[in-house]
Ligand binder design. Structure first.
Ligand SMILES: Cc1cc2nc3c(=O)[nH]c(=O)nc-3n(C[C@H](O)[C@H](O)[C@H](O)COP(=O)(O)O)c2cc1C
Length: 236
């Protein structure tokens, strides 16, 4: 048998035994999975933010609204976020001819509006009118924002990637507007006043309480170290 035949034989054997890794595993890697396999599909199995995106093809065009859970931070400098829009959505026809969109962040008492924007198509309906919402002129882009939503993020589309059923739009954040009522006395967003939501397992959720502040592990480790030192009577 040639080397090539040997490699092929090993590969076929690996496929038969469903083992796709021919390389040796490090000793601390568990090779037998004790987990239950679920079908590889994208669902709300983990929480995502939930927002309403508004966009129009131009300043005088009828703006449309869509609920979006597929939203992500994308880049810090320049500041960018990304949203995925399905090709069957009316929004896709609008955004494909637009150079901008607004991410409108709702608070939890606006959940019914969010759900409406996520269930009804804007092909024949003006969702702004149907929900009694007020469009407001953005400062840097032609797409309009939702006045009643507490946080509005103006984005210029920098890049789009066709992924299959959805296209992913990278939007550079060019302006952010927020209601004064959700700010604390230092001028930063107060999480208890904004009360944003996330989408998780077929439901909208409010965020109840913070579990840990970012970067806290350093303080915790430091506190643990001084506790152990104190226990051992070390004073330096
Ligand atoms: C919670 C929730 C999240 C959604 N997230 C997305 C999303 O990220 N991208 C998308 O294309 N559609 C998403 N949808 C579906 C659209 O919001 C929905 O199909 C909407 O009616 C499309 O409106 P349009 O036809 O006016 O664009 C979501 C729906 C819900 C209820």
């Amino acid at each position: 048998m040639t080397t090539l035949h040997t490699i092929r034989a090993i590969s076929n054997q690996a496929l038969r035994t469903k083992c796709t890794y021919l390389v040796a595993m490090p000793r601390d890697v568990k090779s037998e999975l004790t987990k239950v396999d679920l079908p590889p599909s994208l669902r709300f199995d983990f929480p995502t933010a939930i927002v309403v995106v508004s966009c129009a093809t131009g300043r005088n065009q009828r703006p449309n609204l869509i609920a979006v859970g597929a939203i992500s931070h994308a880049c810090i400098d320049p500041p960018m976020l990304g949203i995925a829009i399905g090709h069957t959505r009316y929004t896709y026809q609008v955004i494909a001819h637009s150079d901008s969109f607004v991410v409108n962040v709702p608070s939890k008492d606006q959940v019914e509006i969010v759900d409406y924007c996520g269930s009804v198509s804007g092909r024949k309906i003006d969702k702004f009118k149907a929900c009694g919402l007020t469009p407001f002129a953005s400062t840097k882009i032609s797409s309009l924002g939702i006045l009643e939503f507490p946080l509005n993020i103006e984005c210029t589309i920098r890049k789009s990637v066709d992924l299959g059923s959805h296209s992913f739009y990278f939007g550079e954040i060019v302006a952010v507007h927020c209601d004064e009522s959700i700010l604390d006395d230092k001028g930063t967003i107060d999480k208890e006043k904004l009360e944003p939501m996330c989408a998780f397992l077929e439901s909208y959720w409010s965020l109840r309480e913070p579990v840990l502040r970012f970067g806290s592990h350093r303080k915790i480790r430091k506190a643990k170290r001084s506790y152990s030192k104190a226990k051992l009577g070390i004073t330096y």
